[in-house]
Design a protein around this ligand. Structure first.
Ligand code: COA
Ligand code: AMP
Length: 628
């Protein structure tokens, strides 16, 4: 296939309306949009239902018997395949169940579920009736769930009794009960999927067993919604402990995803895509649930890990067994496999259908890229995007005929995105100069139009820093060939095993410990997870507990308030934190020390000895780690 990228990229910027008008034809509209872009909204006068496009449409087109969703769960031993007709049946009945719970278009439904097919049924079912889903990742603790419940104000919560992690059952239902105790917003109705591994106690009047509820309910048809109707709210970490409710509209998202499936991932009807992520993240929303189904492809929903379920051969087994064409995972998962099986002895035969591997969620280090591309002799494609964009913004467009594995760059801008790099004052920088990565407005379809009930926060967080641009929150540079290199975040967000966390949020939890006077949390480099949070804390003068006890309590506190997903295990006491004379904590100095770099200590430091103290405290907890 000839490389069509350049021409399409140019068209996407020079003839934006024409480009997206063509792309909109990938979607079946109840009322096709006349207006492509109206200053703030894409396809505003178009009416559609995304669930119809993901399911009914393919059944009407004769693909009813094709597998739509394959559930593969090494943690339970279950494997099930749902054809498009079967998935449609499950989703219509789930939609009937949700409607019977009193949910109507525009109402919110919080979904707190592990990687089970019912999570996808519930998402699609909400979309079917125009309800707005908000999926909360299972690795978050009750308090985080409560924050999301308070912000989204759902009419209904759908949860599973438990999730299954290697070696332990995570009881979700008690976490939900705790969250509902903590939340100000009162939820009258919960539907609980009782899993055989743990049957939860149900609260009378409020909770109903999924199977009982669905048995009583009829099927629900698609409700048509306007293109700007919110499909979902997905909370993500920002610079504070308060999660940001990213809103996704329906029409723009459907068009962008359908376009991306074909042109970025090269996946069309009948192909199989496996995205090894979780429905709780944007990657799961876009490329486990909506994207592959919009394309008429088969999606794999995997409840397991890259290693330990049962071993580092698990991914290859899934790729082989389900004839996966395109695989999407996080660099951390590849590093975990490489660590346990560097020669791929556990591969057990090549996954013959596989055409390319896509990596995202965190920086793909060249070593990992090189190892995987050499071992597989296939393109390994790094690509960059965020919860906010909803779909890739920087990539190598495999579907447009590009297949080069790039080392160090996440690729070229995806059609629709005009990137620039600015300095802190907003001055455009030249090729090769590192600065803030921004996208010239307007953002293409699919990207967030606002934050849930917080439009001012949306403007403040993303649009006001550099007027005329969307600020992505990442630093990077564009090289002479127009490739984009992502360096790091410019804010307090860190990335732990591809999971986005706010260090400020962790600091807030630690600061709540009665013995802690102040603290600083940084993301220290980690060979497996990319980054791990590490805390230095200063104790209050009058406390009784010793440093070690306080450190242990801090670790336990973060696990119970934020959740195990933070993988927070390291806190060290220090007499003083390095600060500027104006009192600003020098987190970059702490990060440099933790990573074993010579810190750039500003001249305006309050007490130079604080740097040595921080260094000593970090050394006492194993930072910087000695080279492997
Ligand atoms: N529900 C409840 N708990 C969860 C969970 C969930 N859905 N997901 C993770 N956790 C828990 C884990 O059990 C673990 O708890 P522990 O501290 O008791 O061991 C903790 O959260 C951290 O989990 P995880 O990040 O999965 O680390 P791990 O050490 O268990 O596994 C890897 C290491 C590399 C295998 C794992 O991090 C991994 O698969 N990473 C890839 C992640 C990914 O795909 N991200 C994509 C985002 S786009
Ligand atoms: P999330 O919103 O959870 O998907 O996290 C998005 C953030 O993850 C981005 O802003 C980046 O900081 C980081 N990220 C995602 N993909 C990449 C990538 N390919 N390279 C570097 N960083 C990435």
């Amino acid at each position: 296939m000839a490389d069509r990228y350049d021409a399409l990229y140019r068209q996407s910027l020079e003839d934006r309306e024409g480009f997206w008008r063509d792309a909109a034809k990938l979607i079946e509209w109840e009322t096709p949009p006349d207006e492509v872009f109206g200053g703030a909204t894409w396809f505003k006068d178009g009416w559609l239902n995304i669930c119809h496009n993901a399911l009914d449409r393919h059944v009407f087109a004769g693909r009813g018997d094709q597998p739509a969703l394959i559930y593969d769960s090494p943690v339970t031993g279950a494997k099930r395949s749902y054809s498009y007709s079967e998935l449609l049946d499950h989703v219509s009945r789930t939609a009937g169940m949700i409607a019977a719970a009193g949910v109507t278009a525009g109402d919110r439904v919080v979904i707190y579920m592990p990687m089970v097919p019912e999570a996808a049924f519930a998402m699609l079912a909400c979309a079917r009736i125009g309800a707005i889903h908000s999926v909360v990742f299972g690795g978050f603790a009750a308090k985080e769930l409560a924050k999301r419940i308070d912000d989204a104000e759902p009419k209904l919560v759908i949860a599973a009794s438990c999730g299954i992690e290697p070696g332990r059952i995570v009881e979700y239902k008690p976490l939900l009960d705790d969250a509902l105790e903590q939340s100000r917003h009162k939820v009258d109705r919960c539907i609980i999927l009782q899993r055989p591994e743990y049957r939860a106690a149900l609260v009378e009047e409020r909770d109903e067993d999924w199977h009982d509820a669905i048995a009583k309910a009829g099927r629900a048809d698609c409700s048509t919604v306007s293109a700007d109707h919110p499909l979902y709210i997905l909370y993500t970490s920002g610079t504070t402990g308060i999660p940001k409710g990213v809103v996704r509209d329906t029409g723009g998202y459907a068009v962008a995803l359908a376009w991306s499936m074909e042109n970025i991932f090269g996946v069309t009807a009948g192909d199989t895509m496996w995205t090894a992520s979780d429905v709780g993240w944007v990657v799961g929303h876009s490329y486990i649930v909506y994207g592959p189904l919009l394309a008429g492809a088969t999606t794999v929903l995997y409840e397991g890990k890259p290693v330990g379920t049962p071993d580092a051969g698990a991914f290859w087994r899934v790729l082989r067994e389900h004839d996966v064409d395109i695989f999407f995972t996080a660099p951390t998962a590849v590093r975990a496999i490489r660590k346990e099986d560097p020669e791929l002895d556990l591969m057990g035969g090549r996954p013959n259908a596989l055409k390319a591997v896509f990596l995202a969620g965190e920086r793909a280090d060249p070593g990992t890229l090189e190892w995987l591309s050499t071992k597989l002799e296939l393109p390994v494609i790094d690509h960059w995007w965020q919860t906010e964009t909803g779909w890739p913004a920087v990539a190598t467009c495999f579907g447009l005929g590009r297949s080069e594995t790039l080392f160090g760059s996440a690729g070229h801008p995806v059609p629709g995105y005009a990137f620039e790099v600015l300095d802190a004052k907003g001055k455009p920088l030249s090729a090769g100069e590192i600065g803030e990565l921004v996208v010239k407005l307007p953002l293409p379809p699919g990207c967030l139009p606002t934050l849930w009930r917080n439009h001012d926060g949306f403007i403040r967080s993303y649009l006001s820093r550099h007027p005329g641009y969307y600020s992505a929150g990442d630093a990077g540079f564009i090289d002479d060939d127009g490739r984009i290199h992502i360096m790091s975040r410019i804010d307090d967000v860190i990335n732990v095993a591809g999971h986005r966390l706010s260090t400020a949020g962790i600091e807030q939890i630690i600061g709540g410990h009665p013995a802690v006077a102040e603290c600083a949390v940084v993301g220290a480099a980690d060979a497996l997870k990319g980054m791990l949070p590490v805390a230095l804390f200063v104790r209050k003068a009058n406390g009784d507990a010793d440093d070690r006890t306080v450190a242990q309590e801090i670790v336990a506190r973060v696990r119970s308030e934020l959740g195990p997903v933070a993988a927070f295990r390291t806190a060290a006491a220090v007499e003083q934190l390095p600060k500027t004379r104006s009192g600003k904590i020098l987190r970059s100095v702490i990060r440099d020390l933790a990573d074993g770099r010579e810190p750039k200590v500003p001249a305006t430091i309050e007490a130079p000895t604080a740097v040595a103290m921080a260094k000593g405290a970090l050394a006492s907890v194993g930072y910087p780690p000695s080279p492997a």
